[in-house]
Write a protein that binds this ligand. Structure first.
Ligand SMILES: Cc1ncc(C[n+]2csc(CCOP(=O)(O)OP(=O)(O)O)c2C)c(N)n1
Length: 252
């Protein structure tokens, strides 16, 4: 019998997420990375405003709650306060990271802050009831685009990894998803690498996780996972958008 032990870094409490929401999977992957790297005692997570606002209840490491979008600024301060000992990650939705917090994201990346950013892109504002996000797809029906997102009126979705890859600063940018087992394994590897980079002093590492929101997408959990493949991934292709050490031929 295969026993799937809960990672120690994940608190033993029920999560509040909707059925089929992938925040829980991503929490687990972050906790597994913390366990495997043996860094729970010196890790500090920065929780966002959004559905994952209660992330501070779900991780056993120290956590700080940020004002909406400001997690990279807080992470910068916490990391710089004790760069040798603190391991700092932010956990943010697309409304938090790419809308109200876009400035903090871009400047932390440009400064190559030695932090780890977990960016959960579900193409909608989940917590507040399903308003359009900067990452909502063209044609996507949301509470604030009831006839579908019209670029004439609402502009185009923002591809965060591609945009940040234009900067000289960031060390590592990868987009993954968690809609099947194979993709979950790849997501785990990317998240662990984003923490390892910080331990190696390499700098700003962001993993974008294309995620689901069955409740606000108005779908069953199964249909939402399919929608990721059919609609989200053509707009948000998976892959590594920047890996400076690999580009420079480093083989760590
Ligand atoms: C300063 C401020 N503005 C607006 C809000 C309302 N608000 C709460 S969560 C949220 C967006 C959350 O969406 P996202 O970051 O995509 O995360 P999700 O809930 O989808 O996981 C907004 C706009 C707020 N709490 N504070």
């Amino acid at each position: 019998m295969v026993v799937f032990d809960k990672p120690h870094a994940l608190a033993d409490v029920p999560m509040h997420y909707c059925p089929g929401c992938t925040h829980g999977i991503i929490h687990r992957l972050v906790a597994e990375a913390i366990d495997e790297l043996g860094i729970e005692g010196r890790t500090i997570g920065i929780a966002p405003v959004g559905c994952s606002v209660f992330a501070y209840n779900y991780f056993n490491c120290d956590m700080i709650e940020a004002a909406h979008g400001r997690a990279p600024a807080i992470a910068t301060g916490v990391k710089r306060a004790d760069p040798e000992n603190h391991v700092v990650f932010t956990y943010q939705g697309d409304g938090d990271l790419a809308s109200i917090g876009m400035a903090e994201t871009v400047h932390a990346a440009a400064r190559n802050e030695n932090i780890t950013v977990i960016f959960v892109n579900n193409a909608i504002y989940g917590m507040t009831g399903g308003q359009m996000a900067p990452t909502s797809l063209v044609g996507q029906v949301t509470q604030t685009s009831p006839y579908g997102r019209d670029p004439q009126h609402c502009g185009y979705p923002i591809r965060v990894c591609e945009m940040l890859a234009q900067l000289e600063g960031p060390e590592y940018l990868e987009r993954v998803t968690v809609n099947n087992v194979k993709n979950i394994r790849k997501a785990k590897a990317a998240i662990k690498k984003a923490f390892q980079n910080q331990l190696d002093g390499k700098g700003f590492s962001l993993v974008e996780v294309v995620s689901s929101c069955p409740t606000n997408w108005g779908m069953t959990p199964q249909a939402a996972l399919k929608w990721i493949d059919e609609k989200m991934l053509p707009q948000y292709p998976l892959g590594v958008y920047k890996d400076r050490s690999a580009e420079q031929g480093e083989t760590k």
